[in-house]
Design a protein around this ligand. Structure first.
Ligand SMILES: Cc1cc2nc3c(=O)[nH]c(=O)nc-3n(C[C@H](O)[C@H](O)[C@H](O)COP(=O)(O)OP(=O)(O)OC[C@H]3O[C@@H](n4cnc5c(N)ncnc54)[C@H](O)[C@@H]3O)c2cc1C
Length: 382
């Protein structure tokens, strides 16, 4: 059997993206996930790839811009190699402006967007037309940008998996680790870090979303009242999302989603009659720094971590994949300082690698592949 160059734990947007970036550079990759492809936060339905406000630039915003800018080529190649559509399209976004102050702020941002988005994408203030597919605007004005794109998260995971396999990669539920190891295990991956460092290094933040039957495949996304309305290519429209720090069941939907759907129908009357065809919940991985957590794994010397995509994991995935492949395959570190795992660790312990006081160490009999806690589905199956 051919040996494996890179083992990636976790078949979500980060793990699959990194596996794909490594496989397309010729590495032999194996993705291990007991839940299968898209079992975590990445198996959802929303998929807004939307930029930060173009002002007060920092390395996180710059990284995200570069990632969004890479999206068309990244997802285009995944579609071509896999023969599966990730549902990508750069259809732009409309947002309402509440009053005159919001209009003049948005006009100022049109200028900063030209500079920060390198003249390649527009952020402009336009007059609302009262069209059915438009947010209601008290000022009569809207912001339209043409950088925002969309993806269908669940299909994007399937397409990434197809592309990885087409390049000879494996995606399996269990296997021993070989080669360099990357932990992309989402919110569950924070558990061991929280325990080892005795404080919260990262948390899970639950979100619920809905899918409506409504065909607007080429229409722009709408964003108002903190709601993302994302039309997909398959005749559905996603509505997202709740933000829940406290939850008992990571996968259930409840009255909080009913409220989001009701708010969306009120804000966007065009959707008032569209039937709900799916309800979905997942848990976003949020690092303490709120930035992605990329680099050497604080608990496993010589291994790597890619986590903390939080609310923009799909938007960040193309660039996360590239910088992680640079690091893992070539030892080239192009990761912003604020994305390093140390940014979420206790002061003074950024470089420390605490030893687990007891229990099996990596590689010993009885250890899970990487000494992580068993996957919840394996627990349920027991
Ligand atoms: C409701 C909702 C709406 C969202 N909307 C958007 C959006 O519009 N745009 C956007 O960019 N992002 C959005 N996000 C965020 C995005 O989905 C996440 O940032 C992203 O999916 C995180 O990807 P990940 O690969 O890090 O984690 P996950 O997708 O959670 O993947 C982690 C994987 O690791 C596996 N795993 C766990 N433990 C182990 C182990 N021990 N060994 C092996 N595998 C393991 C799990 O089974 C899981 O499949 C949304 C999230 C939610 C919940």
């Amino acid at each position: 059997m051919a040996s494996i160059d890179v083992t990636i734990l976790g078949a979500g947007a980060f793990g699959l993206g990194i596996a794909w970036a490594c496989a397309r550079r010729g590495a032999r990759v194996r993705v291990v996930d007991p839940g299968g492809v898209g079992a975590g936060a990445s198996g959802g339905v929303v998929g807004a790839l939307a930029p930060h406000v173009p002002e007060a630039w920092n390395e996180k915003k710059a990284f995200q811009f570069e990632s969004l800018d890479m999206g068309e080529a990244f997802w285009g190649e995944v579609a071509e190699v896999s023969g599966l559509s990730p549902g990508y399209a750069r259809t732009g976004r409309l947002q309402p402006l509440a009053d005159a102050a919001a209009v003049s702020l948005a006009q100022a941002r049109a200028g900063t967007a030209r500079a920060l988005w390198q003249g390649r994408y527009a952020w402009e203030v336009i007059a609302a037309e009262g069209a059915p597919w438009e947010p209601q605007s008290a000022s009569g004005m809207l912001v339209r940008d043409d950088l925002t794109a969309r993806i269908h998260p669940r299909r994007a995971c399937a397409a990434l998996a197809g592309a990885i396999r087409a390049r000879g990669g494996e995606i399996v539920e269990t296997a021993e680790m070989q080669g360099v190891v990357v932990h992309a295990t989402g919110w569950q991956g924070f558990d061991a870090l929280n325990t080892a460092f005795g404080r919260q290094v990262g948390v899970g933040v639950k979100g619920q979303a809905a899918l409506l039957s409504y065909a607007a495949p080429d229409a722009p996304q709408l964003f108002a009242d903190a709601l993302h309305i994302v039309p997909h290519e398959d005749g559905t429209v996603a509505i997202g999302s709740t933000t829940e720090r406290d939850f008992d069941d990571p996968a259930s939907t409840d009255a909080q989603l009913d409220a989001v759907i009701a708010r969306a129908r009120a804000a966007f009357p065009v959707l008032s009659e569209a039937p709900v065809i799916a309800r979905w919940a997942g848990v976003r991985p949020r690092a303490r720094s709120r930035a992605p957590m990329l680099g050497e794994h604080p608990l496993h010397p010589g291994q790597f971590i890619a986590n903390g995509g939080f609310k923009i994991g799909f938007g960040m995935a193309p660039k996360v994949a590239e910088v992680m492949a640079d690091l893992v395959l070539e030892g080239r570190d192009a990761i912003p300082a604020s994305f390093k795992p140390g940014a979420s660790l206790p002061p003074g312990q950024e470089e420390a690698i605490p030893r687990r006081p007891d229990g099996p160490q990596d590689g010993q009999e009885g250890a899970s592949p990487l000494g992580l806690r068993p996957h919840p589905r394996s627990l349920r199956a027991q």
